[in-house]
Ligand binder design. Structure first.
Ligand SMILES: Nc1ncnc2c1ncn2[C@@H]1O[C@H](COP(=O)(O)OP(=O)(O)OP(=O)(O)O)[C@@H](O)[C@H]1O
Ligand SMILES: [Mg+2]
Length: 260
């Protein structure tokens, strides 16, 4: 299967800090890839390059077989290419009604004067709430404020929004941090939905229980490099914990003749 995203030899420095020292990574449709590693390993820097926030010093990236021109690759271009990043805090405005949040930055416009089509945006928001989040009859509607949603529901709304705009790669930066057990369940089930629709989810987390449960592959970063990539099918939770702790320096218990 051809990868949706192919990154090759990505290098990024910030002054004297070598944040990424030649990263190769492929992402596939229908998979959840967990990006793991210690603080400062380079995870956020890598996904910021994928989402168009940073340009690398050097390296190549293809999205659906097309080579990215770094000079033109902005957040808007990344989105238009199907890459959506859900940040834990910044993505949703607390006091905004839900429908405004869903469409912020890309409203549905109508008529000669290109006015925002509020009715259509509200209707689409209701559809996301009941269809995707399963919030039918929970007293929530398109006019509700974001602050009335629980942490898991906020993540869900952000993920639903990404899916509504037809993202093929959805990046989640620590989506379960600071959530209670029930809310974590919700987020994991949303991630499962991303996969079952054949899209790709990049899931950054330090919470290995969640990661091991939800991801198909694990990529462990250390000092700006991918130190190990493992399939869930031949990596136990213990082994994953050791991999992350030792920065990938753990021999596999048995070598399976896997090919991707
Ligand atoms: N904008 C920036 N300016 C300067 N240095 C940066 C910048 N962004 C990241 N760095 C540095 O690059 C390195 C990699 O940081 P990055 O944020 O990618 O790590 P991370 O793996 O996401 O860590 P964490 O798990 O703590 O989020 C760190 O040494 C960090 O200090
Ligand atoms: Mg980070």
């Amino acid at each position: 299967m051809e990868p949706v995203v192919r990154m090759r030899n990505i290098v990024k420095t910030f002054g004297s800090v070598r944040a990424l020292q030649g990263v190769d990574l492929d992402l596939y449709g229908g998979e959840v890839l967990a990006l793991l590693g210690d603080n400062g390993a380079g995870k956020s820097t890598l996904i910021k390059i994928l989402s168009g926030l940073h340009s690398p010093d050097s390296g190549e990236m293809e999205i659906e077989g097309r080579l990215v021109d770094w000079k033109r690759y902005t957040v808007a271009v990344a989105r238009a290419s199907g890459v959506e990043t859900v940040y834990q805090e910044r993505s949703l405005g607390e006091k905004q009604p839900l429908w405004r949040n869903v469409f912020v930055g890309r409203h549905v416009l109508k008529g000669f004067f290109r006015r925002i089509d509020v009715e259509r945006e509200k209707a689409a928001t209701m559809e996301l709430l009941s269809g995707f989040l399963g919030l039918r009859g929970a007293g929530l509607n398109a006019e509700s404020q974001v602050r009335t949603l629980s942490g898991g529901e906020r993540q869900g709304l952000a993920i639903a929004r990404a899916m509504y705009f037809d993202a093929s790669i959805i990046v989640l930066d620590e989506p379960t941090t600071a959530l209670g057990a029930g809310e974590v369940r919700k987020v994991l089930s949303f991630v499962d939905r991303i996969r079952s629709e054949g899209r790709c989810c990049v899931f950054i987390s330090h919470e290995l229980h969640h990661v091991h449960e939800i991801a198909d592959r694990f990529a462990v970063m250390e000092h700006g490099r991918i130190a190990a990539v493992r399939d869930r099918s031949d990596t136990s939770l213990d082994e994953l914990a050791r991999l992350v702790l030792l920065g990938g320096a753990v021999p596999p218990t048995e070598q399976k003749g896997e090919d991707v």
